[in-house]
Structure formats: structure tokens, C-alpha cells
Design a protein around this ligand. Sequence first.
Ligand code: ADP
Ligand code: MG
Length: 372
Amino acid sequence: MKNNYNIYEAPARINLIGEHIDYNGGMVMPAAISLRTRAKFKLRDDLKIILDSENTDLHVERDLNDLGYDKKYDWANYPVGVIYTLIQKGYKIDKGFEIIFDSNIPLGSGLSSSASILVLTCYALNSEFNLGINNKDIALISQEIEVKYCGLSCGIMDEAIIALGKKNHAILLDCAKFDYQYIPIDFKNYTIAVLQTNKKRALTESNYNQRVQECNKALNILKPKYNINNLCELKSTELDNIKALINDDVIYRRVKHVICENERVYAFKDALINNDLVKLGKLLNESHESLKNDYETSGIHLDTIVKASQEFKDCLGARMTGAGFGGCAIALVKKSSFDEFKKIVEAKYYEKTGINALIYLVDISDGPKKVI
Ligand code: ADP
Ligand code: MG
């Protein structure tokens, strides 16, 4: 049988370090990974948009002339948001199509399946309708959709790394300027493991948006004194003064995390260049500690899996990755000890939480591509 679908793929991502930094205009270091969303795409002769996903049961049909957001369309708002926004921006999409998604990324687990489906849809439409958009602009448009159409006040990190990912490289990304450089990743005889807690995230969006608001509140207090546009322009040497100015323990701890985490990203880059694996592990641990105690985006499940990892003899460090409140963590583990690590950490996690975690290795991969 003739297969008349074109097939496209976009990766998931991990963030090595720099968590909850992107919307504070600082530095982050994400990498694309070998989990992916796939889209089968076929043009139609009418104006119908037919959307399916192997990951959900909800089949959605829309019309090219009527693509506004509607809660009832649930997941399909992500790809529909892309079509809607591209048309709003004046790109010519004048034919309907069928698109079938299928993802091996755990949805809602902090590996950014949402940015993956957005970037993938934008990349596929760019290719199918010859829109001439480069990957950097695909990232910007996709992020704008997640914020304006889907309603999550996220920064540029997820869409940027998914659109711009490169095999065996992370990017050091300046989220305020959207400048980036590729950083080769070579952990020698160590590797990055993904630790999936399988804890359903609860109230993630409202907690996430709350953190964004807390940071904005801090920025408004600190702006007149420091003449800054972003919290990440501040230095940790100023923390005592900042504490006095803010005069609110919760807001101060949020700022402390942001400033120190941003500095950890630079330290992580230096440690990568110097092949200082022990330092990399230490920075991962410090990042988790800060997210747990100061930014409060971790939780019992992430803390349990991270602690079990940190206790393992051949693990140099571990931390939550992504927005938090459940989801995934990462750990830097000796390659030859991975099987033992997986067995021990999964057992300890089950004993404490009664949930089966999933621990696996991923490769650091390229951004979106047309498969056939
Ligand atoms: P994360 O980005 O960490 O995976 P989000 O809550 O931001 O978590 O995004 C998950 C949502 O994205 C899903 O609930 C679903 O609405 C949508 N989504 C992502 N990938 C797919 C897919 N392959 N099929 C259907 N929906 C998807
Ligand atoms: Mg997401």
C-alpha cells in the first residue's frame, strides 16, 4: 500500500542546569534527547484540519477558518494554536490537512512534550507550506503560542532547545537575549540517566504561574534600586542587601534561588570545559537543594528519587529537571554501574512511595527533522 504521509519528528529535552531561570532572563543549559514526538502529515483538498494522537483518545476536527482556542479540544489546542498563530502572522496556509501524532515522551513529566508537539507542528507546516521560517523563529513562534494561546507563562528555553538541539551538544542559552552557543557534552565514563517519578503532577500550571508572579513582584521591588530588567542581572554578593529590600521571606528565597542558580550555570559550563565531573555533580546537587528549599518546586517524589540517587556510590549528583512538582529528575551516573543504579534507586523509590519509577538512559540528540 502506498504510504502517502510525510513524517516529521521533534525531540524532548532535559535541562542540565538553570531551572526556573528562563522567564527570569538568565542562563540555562538544556539538551535535546532521544525521546521524540512524531507526526504523520497529509494534505487534504478541503479546509478541514483532522487531528489525532496515539497518546490520547480525543479525535478533533476543526476548520481552517475557525481555529480559536476552546478548552474542550484539550491537547489539540497545541497544534491548532500553531496553525492559528501562523495564519494570524500572515503565513499562507490555504489547505486543510490530517495530522497524527505519536510520542514516546512521557506527557506532563517535565521533559517538555508540550514544546515538542508545538515545535514539531510548526516545523512540519513550515516544510509543507514552504513558509521560509528558520528554526530560531520556529522556537519564538512556538513559545508565543504556549504563552498566548495555551496560557502557560513559560520562557523560551523549551522551544529553543527543541528547535535548535544538536547531537552530543547542550546549548548555553541566554534567555533574555535569545543568544546561544553549543557546548560539547562528553561525560567520559559517566552518563546522564533520566529518572521518571511517574507521580502525576498536580496543579503544575497554577504553581508555575505563581512562581512567575512571585519573581515579577521581586523584580518590581528591586528595579528602582538596581535599574535591572531581569532578576538574573543581580549577583549573589548582593543577597544581604536584597533580603533587606524585599523584607518577605518567601519572595526573598525565590530571588535567592534565581540568582544562585543562574551563577551555577556558568560554573557548570566551566566544569564541563575542565572535565571536572565531580564539580558537575556537586552543582547538580546544589541546584536540587535550592529548588527544594528555596524555590519549593520539588516535592516528596522528586526528593526521594534524587536522594536515593545521591546515596548511590557511583552517582556524582542528581536533581529535578523541568518545572517540577513531580515529573522527572536527572542523575550523573557511572556507565558501568547503571544497571545496579537503576535497580537500587527504583527499589528505594518504590519502598518509600509505592510507585514504580522508570529509570533509563537517553542520548543527546538533534532538533526537528523530516523523516520521510
Ligand atoms: P510537559 O511539557 O512537561 O510534557 P505539559 O503539561 O507542559 O508537560 O504538556 C503536556 C501536554 O501536552 C499534554 O497533556 C497534552 O495536552 C500535550 N501533548 C504533548 N504531546 C502530546 C502528544 N503526543 N499527543 C497529545 N497531546 C500531547
Ligand atoms: Mg510543557
